[in-house]
Design a protein around this ligand. Structure first.
Ligand code: PHE
Length: 451
């Protein structure tokens, strides 16, 4: 596509909502949300998380879509264009770079974890039995110890991602989300029903929603807020890029509400399904990142119909991860096609290859290179730290400052188009609540890396 070619526009409003929900709903909602909620006592984390979505996530989601649509370009050119329109410095263009490159960094380790999902999916299909908790733990450790297997599944997953992005915005990204998301919701509802029939839904419900003030610690607030960023795909140029394909008439506020609602709902439903099955088998929810890789497979083996349920579960996670990974690759590919005039397929393969190489290093950081550490973190955790604790909050902060203070009010208004009182409420929240919350959490977490 040359720089002058017309840009794609999502074919409908539901299509935009669906693809953006596809970006938001990912490993974050199922893998991270359930183990974080599980490890932090359930309801306290869930309730704080809901407030973080409302006060930080939603205002920022609107700001990011607004900049993307106003700039009508990849994150770099969108930032430059909107900065220029508002008489601001072209240094703001760096923010676009921060996002597009940060997204590729996330993708490099995201794809490795998604590779574990594909491996577990293959095991579920083949009916591999995991009889004891020891088997489950050993199975997971053995996977991490096996570089060729890790690299193989990482390659498979990344190839799936590149394949979709290479096909284009409408015939690739939109079409894939239109197919995968309804399936994802269908499977999720089925699993929740299954959890209600076969599991201990009552215990899961109490675990997730009973208010237990004694569990409300600073630590819970910090991790809930970090998770709100990750789960809503904020600050990485993904939402900005998707917003840039949104037609001018569509309401940013309504769309954002739907997106935040659907993303949160998926996390909550996945939590209910996972915990009800876990508790019904007398297992603990607090096992950390291994929850869906160690605890759940054990549950599936001991449950009637477990092979089918296990297969459906890992298929659900695969769809979720796939549509998110697509949105991590797209910002850079959009830049390469629009700015360099590269063919989309070539741009997707090129960026995919760079991500693949870094991902291979991530695979090795669990085994052969495990002793290569900075601050006692292996490469996987370093990348997670860099992107989640530094790049995401900083670029989220910059987006909030830009939309809240730098852009001329009429321009913001022209995009957000809410009745006056609601508009003021949004702008006020973005300026004073969102920004303050991000700064506090950012500084605190940087000073206390173990938090
Ligand atoms: N939101 C995705 C998830 O929950 C991850 C993601 C982060 C995707 C940033 C795009 C940008 O898994």
């Amino acid at each position: 596509m040359s720089a002058a070619a017309p840009r794609s526009i999502w074919s409908s409003r539901p299509a935009f909502i669906l693809v953006t929900v596809g970006s938001a709903v990912g490993l974050g909602n199922i893998w991270r949300f359930s183990y974080m909620a599980g490890a932090q006592g359930g309801s306290a984390f869930v309730l704080v998380y809901l407030s973080c979505v409302a006060l930080v996530g939603l205002p920022l989601l609107m700001a990011e879509i607004l900049i993307g649509r106003r700039g009508r370009g990849n994150p770099i050119s969108a930032m430059l264009k909107v900065a220029e329109e508002n008489g601001a410095s072209s240094w703001w263009g760096l923010l676009g770079w921060f996002g597009a490159v940060g997204a590729l960094l996330i993708l490099s380790y995201y794809s490795v974890v998604a590779g574990w999902i594909v491996d577990y999916l293959a095991q579920s299909v083949s009916g591999a039995a995991i009889v004891t908790a020891r088997d489950a733990a050993q199975g997971f450790d053995a996977l991490l110890e096996n570089p060729s297997k890790l690299i193989f599944w990482h390659t498979v997953f990344l190839a799936l991602t590149v394949g979709v992005v290479a096909r284009g915005v409408i015939s690739g990204i939109e079409r894939a989300s239109m197919l995968m998301l309804p399936a994802l919701f269908g499977i999720l509802l089925f699993l929740v029903l299954w959890g209600a029939v076969m599991g201990d839904m009552r215990a899961a419900w109490h675990f997730m929603f009973d208010f237990k003030p004694q569990q409300l610690t600073g630590q819970v607030v910090l991790s809930a807020m970090g998770h709100a960023f990750f789960s809503l795909s904020l600050g990485m140029g993904a939402i900005m890029t998707y917003g840039s394909y949104l037609n001018k008439q569509s309401s940013i506020a309504h769309n954002s509400l739907w997106i935040a609602f659907a993303d949160t709902l998926v996390g909550l439903l996945a939590g209910l399904a996972i915990f009800s099955l876990t508790f019904a088998h007398g297992l603990e929810a607090s096992s950390g990142p291994g929850l869906i890789f160690q605890t759940l497979p054990l549950v599936f083996t001991h449950m009637p119909g477990g092979r089918i349920i296990g297969t459906l579960f890992f298929l659900l996670v695969l769809f979720a991860a796939w549509t998110s990974a697509i949105s991590l690759l797209e910002p850079f590919v959009a830049w390469a096609t629009e700015r360099l005039g590269m063919r989309r397929a070539l741009a997707a393969c090129g960026a995919g290859f760079a991500v693949w190489l870094l991902g291979v290093a991530v695979c090795l950081s669990f085994n052969v290179w495990r002793d290569w550490r900075i601050f006692d973190l292996n490469l996987f955790n370093q990348l997670d730290f860099l992107t989640n604790r530094i790049i995401m909050p900083l670029s989220g902060l910059a987006i909030a400052l830009f939309a809240g203070f730098v852009m001329a009010r009429e321009n913001v208004r022209d995009e957000i188009r809410l009745p006056a009182a609601q508009f003021r409420l949004w702008l006020w929240t973005l300026r004073y609540v969102t920004i303050l919350a991000i700064v506090l959490v950012f500084v605190y977490r940087l000073m206390n890396p173990e938090s």
